[in-house]
Design a binder for this molecule. Sequence first.
Ligand code: AMP
Ligand code: GLY
Length: 421
Amino acid sequence: MKIMVVGGGGREHAIIKKLKENKNVTEIFALPGNAGMAEDATVVPIGAKEIDKICDFARENKVDYAVVAPDDPLVLGCVDKLEKIVPCFGPRSNAAIIEGSKVFSKNLMRKYGIPTAEYETFDSASDALEYVGKCKIPTVIKADGLALGKGVIIAGTREEAVDAVKSIMEDKKFGESGNRIVVEEFLEGPEVSVLAFTDGECVRPMVSSMDHKRALDNDMGLNTGGMGTVAPNPYYTEQIADECMEKIFLPTVRAMKAEGRPFKGCLYFGLMLTQSGPKVIEYNCRFGDPETQVVLPLLESDLLTVMQAVTNGTLSDCEVKFKDGAACCVIMASKGYPEKYESGFEIRIPDEIKNSVYVAGARSENGKLLTAGGRVLGVTAVENTLDEAIKSAYGKVAKISFDNAYYRHDIGQKAMKAIKK
Ligand code: AMP
Ligand code: GLY
């Protein structure tokens, strides 16, 4: 089988490595992929948003199955076009809207009684400014559309709330994504990421995980795309999992179906475990990055088989099993990320740990692998316990070198504290 994976980061590398475990897979194309994946896939210089070129490539190369991983092509309708040529994994655009519009997802949750933060939506800056002039503080302000994971501002003071509304709606900090905003209640509690396979009816949650979004140790510094992950998330007990299934996962999938927007693919639930129960912070219409880099290494079932069951609507007949044990992924980034950073430095990865490394931002020049992004690598270890997985992941990180490398030193420590309690 020839498989095509659309996307180019560490998440896609993790998907590719897992798909390769299936003996029927003869070739994997990564569009656009990156040079760091070249040992695992054929890297094709077609961008993830070049939908017509992606479709032409699938047709010309007789691709047998396609996985569309990033949010933008999904929201732009990549699957709607591509599925006419090749069976696809990923939601159509009318379902990807669950991530593409926060106003849509909040209204969906309100209509179907799915627990989430209280909120108001605005399409006029003056109405929004009037509201944040008197609402409870802290408050959370979210641009409606995709904003590279940066469209959420937590305002700790009224001035910050006013500035946030102005920067999003008037100065258009996130472009058209800020034409509408959500202003919502500030929630507190541990955060959990749960990715789930769904074929539009059946839901099969994957092992839970915990992201570390801030750039610096002890959750200091700016928000990033994610600096590391661990799985499973110790806060996510079996009892909470059952509650989430009943009150969040199934109701969401049923709501999407009832709206005529069946969701097929990987649905990402960003949850907060509050005093009054688990609540949805956000939905993503795709695998999380870097959650995928800890979740898929723990998947025992064959990924391609599960994905095909999603596509065919037969997920209820398909077992989705995870290994016992724990995984930790440490992101090695370029110093300065998520703001300005330098790149073009040689990356050295010893052969014996290459299997544990997911490359996010690299290019090749004269046979050398060079850094080419804020997040450069994800280094994952799977062990019997979380403690061992953390030690093992950092042991591997120590063997990798590139100039200006930066990583957090405390990935998994919050989870360790929760385990010890
Ligand atoms: P997002 O980009 O939607 O993942 O949001 C970024 C981060 O903002 C989340 O991981 C949460 O830590 C935080 N956040 C979002 N919404 C809320 C909320 N209603 N209350 C508290 N924190 C929030
Ligand atoms: N790690 C968060 C995300 O993928 O959006």
